[in-house]
Design a binder for this molecule. Structure first.
Ligand code: 5RP
Length: 217
């Protein structure tokens, strides 16, 4: 339980409007958002979910969960993060839901990121960077990560993503150019997605009970 996560999540409800289809992320902060969104369930058209975990929670509240292929673009996406820098670049994927989160963020006009103050950093990389990989490519990708970044990839053994893939967490990175690192890692064959949300970063960041901060494009 975190009061700051709950406050950020409830504050994000101000971006929800009648008849919207809301993109919904994954994690403990988003769980508070979903609980608050339940009060809107008869006023919104539904939600697009980034994970089985969030789908289950939303369905438990009677919120209709829709397929992104059927909805088209969304106006709003709300999600948490593992780290957030001053420009709204994020590390995400601590909950292994990064690929679907990335897809929904890309499909949405406004990405509202909800965090507590412990997630704020000057430079990304203290939190190990999650990378979703095709299982047969795990060791190939790991070797290339070492030579490209100098970071240490660690297999999150036992974790299988909702897409049937595996996760490598890259330790000991100092990501001073998040857009470049994201692009470089995306080039490795076998990488499904990288938990750096840099090219498509947050548009608004809400930290605990602080007022929402619009991030410069
Ligand atoms: C899941 C995520 C989460 O947003 C991130 O891990 C933050 O989680 P929490 O809100 O539980 O601190 O990226 O893949």
């Amino acid at each position: 339980m975190s009061e700051a996560k709950r406050q950020a999540a409830l504050s994000a409800l101000r971006y929800v409007e009648d008849d919207m289809i809301v993109g919904v992320g994954t994690g403990s902060t988003v769980a508070y958002f979903i609980d608050g969104l339940a009060e809107w369930k008869d006023r919104i058209k539904g939600a697009v979910s980034s994970s089985e975990q969030s789908t289950e929670r939303m369905r438990g509240h009677g919120i209709e969960v829709l397929e992104l292929n059927a909805t088209g673009g969304l106006s709003l996406y709300v999600d948490g993060a593992d780290e957030c820098d001053g420009q709204g670049h994020l590390i995400k994927g601590g909950g292994a839901a990064l690929t679907r989160e990335k897809i929904i963020a890309e499909a949405s006009d406004t990405f509202v990121c909800i965090i507590d103050a412990s997630k704020e950093v000057d430079v990304l990389g203290k939190f190990p960077l999650p990378v979703e990989v095709i299982p047969m490519a795990r060791s190939l990708v790991a070797r290339q990560i070492v030579s490209l970044t100098g970071g240490q990839p660690v297999w999150r053994e036992g974790v299988v993503t909702d897409n049937g893939n595996w996760i490598l967490d890259i330790h000991n990175l100092r990501i001073s150019d998040p857009v470049a690192v994201e692009a470089r890692l995306n080039q490795i064959p076998g990488v499904v997605s990288v938990g750096l949300f840099a090219r498509r970063k947050a548009d608004v960041v809400i930290v605990g009970d602080r007022a929402p901060r619009k991030v410069e494009a």
